[in-house]
Design a protein around this ligand. Structure first.
Ligand code: SF4
Ligand code: SF4
Length: 390
C-alpha cells in the first residue's frame, strides 16, 4: 500500500481509505451487520488502510436525516485496539445547523458516539453556498479555531458537491482548512469541482481526498459491451475497477480515495489494486482510451446542458444545471436509481424540477438552445417528486 502526504497536515494516509457509509447491513440501512463489518474493517486495517471516513448521518434510515449508526458502530469497533492505528475522519451534519449551540452539540455527540477524545480530521459535510451562510451565522470560524486549539479536533476541512465557486468562497473566508473531500472519477472531470478543483486545492496546500471513485459502483458493474470494447483497445489491459481507481491514483495531487466497500471480495480487490498503483502509471495512449470511454458513456446523455449557468437564477428557485446534470448522469449510466440519490440530496426540494412552473423566463437564455421548460418535464418524469429508492 502506498502512503501519501495529506496536504500540510503531516498525516501520511493510505491511498485507499475506508468509507464507512456502505457497511454490510441486515436489510435496513440503519441495521449494520456488526460481525461482517468488523471483519471488513479489521482486514482493511491489518492490510494497510490507515484512514476511515464516516459522518454523523451515515447509516441513518433517511436521506439527510439525523443520527446514523456508522459512528456508534465505529466507536465500539475502534475500542478493540484499532483507534491508534487509523486517522479517524467524520463530518458535521451541515443541514442540521441552525444556531451557534448546534455546533458544540453535534461535535460533543460525535466524540461520544465515536468513543474518542479527539477526531483527526473533522469535515463540514456537504458544504454549499447556502449552508455556508448558516454556518457563518452560527460563528463557525470561531468554533473551528476553538476546537483546533483545545485539541478535540486535529485538522479541519470540508466535503462538498458544490462548484469551484464554492471552493473560492470557503477558502477566502477561512484560512485553516487543511483538506477537502470532493467527488471525482473519469466521468466527472468537469462535474462539480472536478479536475480544476483538485488543482486549486492542492495549489493552496490542502490535501485532496476523493469520494465516489466508482460512482456508487456504476462504473464497474454491468459495464456495457461497447464500453468494454474500447477498454480492450488499451496497451495495458485492466479491469473496469482497475481503470477507475488507477485513473485517480495516477494523479499526483490525489492523496486518498475513499471507497465504501461492503464485501471482503471488493475490499481485497481494492487493496490489491492499491498495492500496485502509483503516480504517472497510465501511459498517454491509455489516457486517450479513458477519454474515449468517457465520451462513449456521454453519448447516452439526456440533453446538451454544459452547466454554464447562464439560465440562472430561475425566478422559482429551480436549480436548472443541477437538475440536468443528474438527469444526464442517470441516462449516461443507465441508472436512475443511482442518480436519484444525488438529485434529491444535494439541493433542497425547492430546487428540483417538479417546482418548475413552465413560466418560460429561461427559454432564451441557453446558448445550447435547450428547451428548458420541456426538458424540466422530462426530468420530473424521470425522477418523480420524492426520493423513494433508498
Ligand atoms: S421555465 Fe421553469 S426552470 Fe425556467 S425559469 Fe421558469 S420555473 Fe424556472
Ligand atoms: S444555460 Fe443551458 S447549458 Fe447553461 S446551465 Fe442552463 S440549461 Fe445548461
Amino acid at each position: 500500500m502506498e502512503y501519501r502526504e495529506l496536504g500540510n497536515t503531516g498525516e501520511k494516509v493510505s491511498i485507499l481509505g475506508f468509507g464507512a457509509m456502505r457497511l454490510p447491513t441486515n436489510g435496513e440501512n440503519n441495521q449494520i451487520n456488526k460481525e461482517k463489518s468488523e471483519e471488513l474493517l479489521s482486514y482493511g486495517i491489518d492490510n494497510g488502510i490507515n484512514i476511515i471516513d464516516t459522518a454523523y448521518s451515515f447509516h441513518a434510515n433517511e436521506i439527510h436525516g439525523g443520527a446514523g449508526n456508522s459512528e456508534p458502530f465505529l466507536g465500539e469497533f475502534l475500542e478493540t485496539g484499532y483507534r491508534d492505528k487509523v486517522y479517524l475522519q467524520t463530518k458535521m451534519p451541515s443541514w442540521l445547523i441552525e444556531k451557534e449551540e448546534d455546533l458544540e452539540f453535534y461535535l460533543d455527540e460525535q466524540l461520544k458516539r465515536l468513543k474518542t477524545d479527539h477526531i483527526d480530521n473533522y469535515l463540514l459535510h456537504g458544504v454549499n453556498n447556502e449552508n455556508w451562510e448558516n454556518y457563518k451565522n452560527a460563528n463557525i470560524v470561531e468554533f473551528l479555531d476553538n476546537i483546533l486549539s483545545d485539541g478535540r479536533v486535529k485538522h479541519v476541512g470540508f466535503s462538498t458537491h458544490g462548484t469551484v465557486e464554492t471552493l473560492f468562497i470557503l477558502t477566502a473566508e477561512y484560512d485553516k482548512w487543511e483538506m477537502a473531500l470532493t467527488q471525482m472519477n473519469f466521468l466527472d472531470e468537469t462535474y462539480q469541482t472536478g479536475i480544476e478543483g483538485l488543482n486549486i486545492l492542492s495549489q493552496m496546500g490542502l490535501g485532496n481526498m476523493i469520494m465516489e471513485p466508482l460512482r456508487g459502483g456504476r462504473l464497474v458493474q454491468n459495464v456495457p459491451e461497447n464500453i468494454m470494447e474500447i477498454w480492450n483497445t488499451a496497451e495495458e489491459k485492466r479491469t473496469p475497477i482497475e481503470w477507475a481507481l488507477e485513473y485517480l491514483w495516477n494523479m499526483e495531487n490525489v492523496s486518498c480515495v475513499f471507497s465504501g466497500m461492503n464485501s471482503l471480495e471488493h475490499l481485497k480487490t481494492n487493496i490489491e489494486i492499491a498495492s500496485k498503483s502509483k503516480v504517472n502509471m497510465i501511459s498517454e495512449n491509455d489516457k486517450k482510451v479513458i477519454k474515449d470511454v468517457a465520451e462513449e458513456y456521454r453519448q447516452n446523455k439526456g440533453n446538451d446542458c454544459t452547466s454554464c449557468g447562464y439560465c440562472m437564477p430561475c425566478p422559482n428557485k429551480v436549480n436548472i444545471p443541477h437538475c440536468f446534470r443528474e438527469y444526464n448522469m442517470g441516462n449516461i449510466l443507465n441508472s436512475p436509481k443511482g442518480s436519484a440519490r444525488q438529485y434529491f440530496t444535494y439541493f433542497e426540494d425547492k430546487a428540483l424540477a417538479h417546482h418548475c412552473t413552465q413560466c418560460g423566463d429561461c427559454v432564451n437564455m441557453c446558448p445550447q438552445a435547450i428547451n428548458i421548460p420541456e426538458e424540466m418535464k422530462k426530468v420530473e418524469e424521470y425522477f418523480g417528486d420524492k426520493f423513494n429508492h433508498f
